[in-house]
Design a protein around this ligand. Structure first.
Ligand SMILES: [Cu+2]
Length: 155
């Protein structure tokens, strides 16, 4: 089952997800529930073995959650912030991304993003990369991010 790679309805997937879970009757349902919407990676120069990944995270659970790490099959990932300071865009690592119950946070160009580093090769448009999101407390969420060209995007 894949829940991350889509670009359609934002509401249907979580319901479907919950429904499958209930039908499967698998053990205790974890309290944390996070939906990943429209996960994508910005294609960069072919020589760059790094790229930025974006998505919208939605906390569907009743408790606050915090994204603390991201795992890749090959390479590594960091959570980064971007901010303007004295006219200069600065980027740095974020230790965690908190989501209150019901809160939706967008990782997007010029803002908070997931930096993919030490990749075996530069991601090319059309490829899909599986990501594993790790939340405080051990909850994990897998998604697949589609690599897209940054046409018309503010870089
Ligand atoms: Cu970055």
């Amino acid at each position: 089952m894949r829940f991350g790679s889509f670009s359609g309805s934002s509401i249907f997937r979580p319901l479907q997800f919950l429904g499958l879970w209930l039908l499967a009757g698998c053990g205790p349902v974890p309290e944390a529930r996070v939906a990943v919407h429209e996960a994508w990676i910005k294609e960069g120069p072919p020589v760059h073995k790094m790229a930025a990944a974006y998505m919208r995270l939605e906390n569907l659970g009743a408790k606050a959650v915090a994204l603390i790490a991201i795992e890749l099959e090959q390479g590594r990932a960091e959570l980064h912030y971007m901010r303007h300071q004295d006219g200069v865009m600065q980027m740095g690592t974020l230790e965690r991304l908190d989501l209150a119950p019901g809160q939706s946070v967008s990782l997007q160009p010029s803002g908070t993003h997931i930096m993919l580093l030490d990749l075996p090769q530069a991601p090319r448009a059309g490829q899909q990369l599986p990501l594993k999101l790790i939340f405080a407390g051990g909850y994990t969420r897998r998604c697949t991010a589609l690599v897209k060209r940054p046409e018309g995007l503010h870089q």
